[in-house]
Write a protein that binds this ligand. Structure first.
Ligand code: NZQ
Ligand code: ZN
Length: 387
């Protein structure tokens, strides 16, 4: 049965090779001062920065530069960005980059006028914004997180050894997003596959929960199959427009709130992965791939029917044999695909050590929407198996 819900996603998307031709008309809706947020420099090397700045100038905007957003944006950078936004009274925050840049832009938008410490308010106490929110828009350059069409924002606090996400409401979601698959051509292969796995796992997190057969399951299976097929093409030829555009569009749908409607969701792989990220600063998608199989093999007995369905519908495993046999064959097929992509298959290769396990378990939030609510001992066990 599908539960009750209200669905509202306000982000307007422009998709395709000419998507940025709409940037000017969208910018015209906002005031003069634009905080231009970007990462460590990829946008300057691939020409996207020059293109966007050209459009901003043509629209007569005053640009407040805010570059240097690091992968896994930190709380210190958030404080700096919020101060900049407040001091310049910015009218729009334009994020040009991947999930880190988009997430950071959203965090700045609710922190600039926040009374008190935004880290504590949003990421520790999970309170909703009560202050003025600065509108955010995105030009996406790296695919995977879904940040371009959701309210998620993940911030890392290295001092407290925590990486925490807050899913803000529709008023914080990007007002509009430019999705040009060509912008992703320069993404290094390791980042590309990490992003593909991130998107794939977002679907898994929403698929592996609940007993019901609902529309979300069918949508999820279609999205997963599209990601698997197109990842193989993009791996061979990263400049294959069809594959990169399919991956981009599937990744947006993987986490734009649609497939979560009316059902429970899990998110425990993300909690385990974020703990690894907090301690190692590793690439997000790789932290997920490194813990996924030990986690899924651990919870399989509690959701074996769904894992059987996953094996048959997504991986084409023959629907013959016991639930356990078919379900395990599905995870084996997933493992072969993950190795084919070159994903991190354990947390040691990301810099985690046996000595870190206690701290990793401490940093892991326990979710209750999946097939098994993990105990502390089980979390430790999963991390040991992930080493
Ligand atoms: O910093 P620059 O120089 O731009 O380089 C970036 C970065 O090193 C590079 N890159 C991006 N676009 C490029 C490019 N390099 C060449 N050409 C391009 N076109 O890629 C590297 C990774 O970028 P990043 O933005 O960190 O990657 P991603 O999009 O995977 O974002 C990861 C962050 O998003 C959070 C993660 O936790 C992590 O902090 N997430 C956000 C979510 C959300 N908002 O809903 C959900 C996700 O589960 C995730 O947790
Ligand atoms: Zn993710």
């Amino acid at each position: 049965m599908i539960g009750n819900f209200c669905y509202h996603n306000p982000t307007k998307l422009y998709f395709g090779k000419d998507a940025s031709s709409h940037l000017g008309e969208e910018l015209a809706r906002y005031g003069k001062t634009v905080q231009l947020v970007y990462g460590g420099g990829s946008v300057k090397r691939n020409g996207i920065y020059d293109e966007v700045v050209g459009i901003l100038r043509a629209c007569g905007k005053h640009i407040v530069e805010d570059g240097g957003v690091m992968p896994n944006p930190t709380v210190e950078k958030l404080y700096e960005g919020a101060k900049l936004a407040r001091e310049h009274k910015v009218d729009l925050i334009l994020a040009v980059g991947g999930g880190s840049v988009c997430d950071y832009a959203k965090a700045v938008s609710v922190s600039a006028y926040c009374e008190g410490d935004p880290w504590k308010k949003y990421f520790i106490d999970f309170e909703e914004p009560t202050c003025k929110i600065i509108p955010v828009a995105c030009v996406l350059t790296m695919v995977g997180t879904g940040s371009e069409m959701n309210g998620g924002s993940v911030i890392t606090n290295h001092r407290e050894k925590l990486k925490i996400g807050h899913v803000f409401g529709s008023e914080v979601m990007p007002k509009f997003t430019i999705l040009n698959p060509m912008y992703t051509f320069s993404v290094p292969k390791r980042q590309m596959v990490a992003g593909i796995y991130d998107a794939f796992n977002h679907i898994c997190e929403q698929y592996f929960s609940g007993e019901d057969d609902n529309v979300s399951d069918y949508l999820s299976e279609g999205l997963m199959k599209s990601l698997i097929a197109n990842s193989r093409v993009a791996l061979k030829d990263p400049h294959d427009y069809e594959a990169r555009s399919n991956i981009m569009w599937a990744a947006t749908w993987a986490l734009n709130t649609l497939i979560a409607q009316g059902k429970d969701t899990d998110w425990e792989v993300h909690m385990l992965g974020q703990a690894v990220g907090a301690l190692t600063d590793a690439t997000h998608g790789m932290t997920l791939s490194a813990v996924s199989l030990p986690y899924y093999r651990h919870i399989l007995p509690y959701g074996v029917k769904k894992f059987r369905r996953f094996a048959v519908e997504v991986w084409g495993v023959k629907d013959e044999g016991s639930d356990e046999e078919v379900a395990n064959a599905g995870l084996e097929a997933m493992e072969r695909w993950m190795r084919e992509l070159g994903l991190a298959m354990n947390i040691s290769e990301l810099g985690a050590t046996a000595e870190m396990i206690e701290a990793l378990a401490d940093a892991t939030l326990v979710m209750d929407g999946g097939y098994k609510v993990l105990t502390c001992e089980e979390i430790v066990e999963i991390f040991k198996e992930s080493l």
